[in-house]
Design a protein around this ligand. Structure first.
Ligand code: XMP
Length: 517
């Protein structure tokens, strides 16, 4: 008989990195779930976690209403790892002292590992590590029973452990890529301290998701799935197809904001190849009407989100028994749109989250909500989707609308579509497509003067955007070679009427976002 699934419970205090913790844990083969920091004790018990991780968060332990965990959690006999704010609150609640530091420590720091703690198993006693810090408070005095495990000049208690109760605190972030040997520290917590086996995988995720979909939809329920041809919705469709087969209807909305050739591609792959019940809706007119005169990015996103849902509802009304709407919402969409499971800041309303109309008639199914893009690709491969589809660059739900700044007219969208297709063709031709996270074009409502032939031109500016990223949460602009940029530029100017100048965007995320709106 299979062993029961081992779970690590992550209690979220609102850090932007909380989900990264979850994935670092899953990457090591241990299932993890994120819940709000104030999850009731009986629910914690019901999850029977092998270990609990307390995330970082924006608060100060002395701020009014600062979030804390139920003190009983420290007595359950379940190992605890507090990270950043999670470490401070642990020290504070267990009788240590936390004080405001003179200078806010943010960015790289060097820690010295001082005393053997299980967290640093396999590290020599005098290891020096480069780590990622982000805090303004620091732990001054350790609670009774704890010893110092690592320190920095600014945060004397960079790591501390109580080996008796197996409660640990890390002032720095082991989950971010900038922290040296962070995965080993998390691994020590999972395997040495919590005694996990590490036998969880994407295949188990697929099985669990299929079982959960069947449970929610019931014997006869039908599901409508919005299919965009992008990676996320394709994986959702494949998952639903596996779970409920013919009781799935996919709806592809041609909203007039799609990339070149998208509609044909979707029909070929899903209808002809997979045999999915696919309906194509011509909705360009109504989307463009809803967007007329709209230039504010948030208003655009909300209107598009609303239109999508209205179209789905109308289509679903003609499908007997359709009660559910499946969407490919990912974790970054959730975390940046709303304070999903804890108190973190709103960056953008992603169309399939923040844009939902108040009065939704369909129940939502969002099986990818806990995943990052690369995990979704892994899941897609697990479900047998072809590599060429899974390797496609992400395309935002609001489509070209958030890449066409200024008035959203048919003509300007056509200009952008044609120029964007050139970017993709040239990036592919240069063999760069698979090593770049996303490459696309943006049309700016700015005109500049030029000369073509002997005539003066006065046309809009086109920006090329190409970034590398692991999960879309952070990104670096890609150093696309000059000759490739040059080739794109000359083709765009020569082949697309309406563009007079081409520029390259050299902004990383942060401080920029990947999309311009
Ligand atoms: P940003 O612009 O927030 O984008 O740095 C991060 C990633 O998310 C994609 N993106 C979206 N995806 N609906 C989506 O499904 C949206 O509304 C949306 N907005 C941005 C973006 O393309 C990038 O990969």
């Amino acid at each position: 008989m299979a062993e029961p699934r081992e779970t690590i419970l992550i209690l979220d205090f609102g850090s932007q990195y909380t989900q990264l913790i979850a994935r670092r844990v899953r990457e090591q083969g241990v299932y993890s779930e994120i819940h709000p920091y104030n999850l009731p004790l009986e629910q914690v018990r019901a999850l029977a976690p092998r270990g609990i991780i307390l995330s970082g968060g924006p608060s100060s332990v002395y701020a009014e209403g600062a979030p804390t965990i139920s003190p009983e959690l420290y007595t359950l006999g379940v190992p605890i790892l507090g990270i950043c704010y999670g470490a401070q609150i642990t020290a504070h609640q267990l009788g240590g002292s936390v004080e405001a530091a003179d200078d806010h420590e943010y960015g790289r720091a060097r820690v010295s590992v001082r005393v053997a703690s299980d967290l640093f198993h396999g590290f020599s006693g005098d290891s020096e590590l480069s780590v990622w810090m982000s805090h303004s408070d620091r732990v001054e005095a350790l609670p009774p029973g704890f010893h110092l495990a690592a320190e920095t000049p600014n945060a004397p208690a960079a790591a501390f452990s109580d080996p008796e109760r197996q409660i640990h605190g890390l002032q720095f972030h082991p989950e971010v890529a900038h922290t040296e040997r962070g995965a080993e520290i998390i691994g020590n917590f999972l395997f040495r301290i919590c005694g996990c086996r590490g036998d969880w995988s994407m295949a188990s995720f697929a099985d669990e998701a299929v079982a959960e979909i069947r449970r929610r939809v019931g014997e006869g329920g039908r599901v409508v799935c919005g299919l965009s041809g992008g990676v996320d919705s394709s994986v959702v469709a494949a998952l639903l197809h596996r779970a409920i087969g013919e009781r799935l209807t996919c709806i592809f909305v041609d909203n007039g904001l799609l990339r070149a050739g998208e509609r044909e591609l979707v029909a070929t792959v899903f209808r002809d190849h997979f045999g999915v019940d696919l309906r194509v809706v011509n909705a360009a007119d109504r989307f463009l009407a809803a967007l007329e005169g709209v230039t504010d990015p948030e208003v655009k996103r909300k209107r598009i989100g609303n239109e999508f849902i209205y179209v789905f509802e109308e289509e679903a009304a003609g499908i007997e028994g359709a009660k559910f709407l499946a969407q490919g919402t990912l974790y970054p969409d959730v975390i940046e749109s709303v304070s999903a499971k804890g108190p973190s800041a709103v960056i953008k309303s992603h169309h399939n989250v923040g844009g939902l109309p108040e009065r939704m008639k369909l129940e939502l199914i969002e099986p990818l909500r806990e995943l990052f893009k690369d995990e979704v690709r892994e899941l897609g491969a697990e479900l047998g989707l072809p590599a060429h589809l899974l390797g496609r660059h992400p395309f935002p739900g609001p489509g070209l609308a958030v890449r066409c700044l200024g008035d959203l007219t048919r003509e300007r969208l056509e200009v952008l579509r044609a120029a964007d297709a050139i970017v993709e063709q040239e990036i592919r031709a240069a063999g760069l497509y698979d090593s770049i996270w996303q490459a696309f074009g943006v049309l700016l409502p700015v005109r500049s003067v030029g000369v073509m032939g002997d005539a003066r031109t006065y046309a809009e500016v086109f920006a090329i955007r190409a970034v590398s990223s692991r999960d879309g949460m952070t990104a670096d602009w890609s150093p696309v070679p000059y000759d490739v940029l040059g080739q794109i530029s000359s083709r765009v100017i020569n082949e697309v009427r309406g563009i007079g100048r081409v520029v390259y965007d050299v902004t990383s995320k942060p401080p920029g976002t990947i999309e311009w709106e």
